[in-house]
Write a protein that binds this ligand. Structure first.
Ligand code: PSV
Ligand code: MN
Length: 383
């Protein structure tokens, strides 16, 4: 795929929660001008899209973004030039889920968790969203605490109960994570488990790969290639990590890893218009401003996409086939080391976008305007 086509096809979904305050278990610092409501989060996401042309959708988290009228929320987003995207379910903040949700031993609690996902599916009918994303905090802290195998069986049963209600044009996307909040055993720890569970359901069930959800040193691009090859990569939750699930700006910790992932994205056809692979961000901006944080994120994805599209595939194939180990590596690295910033500035100018979206936002005075307007409690986790 040419650089131009890759850039044209790139569409990133922003997480509503990136625009609210977030923090660590030590402290949630407030940032002036932070969105107070879901409408303000959507308005902030629309600013990111207006300045970059890269972010036409906003993912919701339920109940954080619960409103009475979702159709109206969708129209509000549409008026601002964005649409509502993935609906993220949440079964990790209710006391009932202390020992699990879809895997719980108590049928009543399992049913409550199933019902939450069915509510999310109904919301999707009103927002026009395609994807229901399921991430579970389920797991155990101590060996022997739970029956690992029985928990898998209950998970399969619960997912099947939800899947029955995933209608035409809708999908269930199952996200895996190797630890946290459960520290000994997570019920969906890896792509293999997610793949096994969704494969048992059918073609409307696919896997979400959150880049922060792997053990250090994991070759994530291999997983990308494999899931694309199997037709089961539904979406990404992009972010970057130094140590754990850091939720830092994608491409900040390891731009080369992002390049390698995006190379496999292109190689696997995930940037074709009908690929069905959603490129979402899942990040939290704890100390940096939220809107510039999201701007930086989408620009990082764009920059590494452009570099990945620059790989000379003919030269690469020739080197690979002739066994030219270092030659093949050099072709790959040449693209990675190419400075595409002038090319991207020109690409933006051609489309009437600011050549430097970060600088344009800083100049616009919007930061000061929002800080003055938005008094009172900001949105935060659980709001
Ligand atoms: C869990 O760590 C996760 O990655 C899931 O996607 C959640 O929905 C999200 O983070 C909440 O921030
Ligand atoms: Mn995630």
């Amino acid at each position: 795929m040419s650089v131009d086509t890759a850039l044209r096809n790139l569409a990133i979904e922003l997480p509503s929660w990136a625009f609210g305050n977030s923090g660590t278990r030590f402290k949630v610092f407030g940032t002036p001008g932070t969105a107070r409501t879901v409408r303000e989060k959507i308005a902030d996401a629309a600013i990111v899209h207006r300045l970059t042309g890269l972010a036409p959708a906003v993912a919701l988290h339920i109940p954080w973004d619960a409103v009475d009228d979702y159709a109206e929320l969708g129209r509000y987003a549409g008026d601002l030039g964005v649409r509502l995207g993935t609906v993220n379910a949440n079964t990790f903040q209710d006391d009932d889920y202390k020992l699990g949700s879809l895997t719980h031993t108590d049928k009543r609690i399992r049913q409550k968790a199933i019902d939450h996902h069915l509510d999310c599916l109904e919301i999707m009918e009103r927002t026009g969203s395609r994807d229901l994303k399921i991430w579970l905090a389920d797991g155990t802290n101590y060996p022997g605490q739970g029956d690992i195998r029985a928990r898998q069986d209950r998970l399969a049963e619960s997912l099947a109960a939800i899947y029955q209600h995933v209608g035409a044009g809708r999908r269930m996307v199952l996200e895996y994570k190797f630890f946290e909040p459960a520290m000994y055993m997570t019920d969906v720890p890896d792509w293999g488990t997610a793949y096994t569970q969704v494969s048992a359901l059918g073609e409307r069930a696919v896997v979400c790969l959150d880049t922060g959800h792997h053990a250090p040193g994991t070759n994530i691009e291999f997983i990308v290639a494999q899931l694309l090859r199997l037709g089961k990569l539904g979406s990404f939750d992009f972010n970057s990590r130094f140590y754990a699930d850091d939720d830092l700006i994608v491409g900040a910790a390891d731009p080369f890893q992002l390049f390698r992932i995006l190379f496999e994205v292109l190689r696997g056809g995930a940037l074709e218009p009908d690929s069905g692979v959603a490129l979402m961000l899942d990040q939290c901006h704890n100390i940096e401003d939220k809107i510039p944080g999201q701007l930086r994120s989408v620009l990082n994805v764009q920059e590494m996409t452009a570099r990945a599209a620059l790989v000379d595939l003919d030269a690469l194939a020739a080197a690979q086939e002739s066994g030219d180990v270092l030659g093949a590596n050099a072709v790959f690295m040449d693209a990675f080391y190419t400075d595409v910033r002038p090319l991207l500035a020109a690409w933006r100018a051609e489309r009437g976008l600011p050549e430097d979206p970060m600088a344009a936002y800083a100049r616009s005075g919007q930061r000061q305007r929002l800080a003055a307007e938005r008094t009172g409690a900001a949105a935060s986790w659980g709001a």
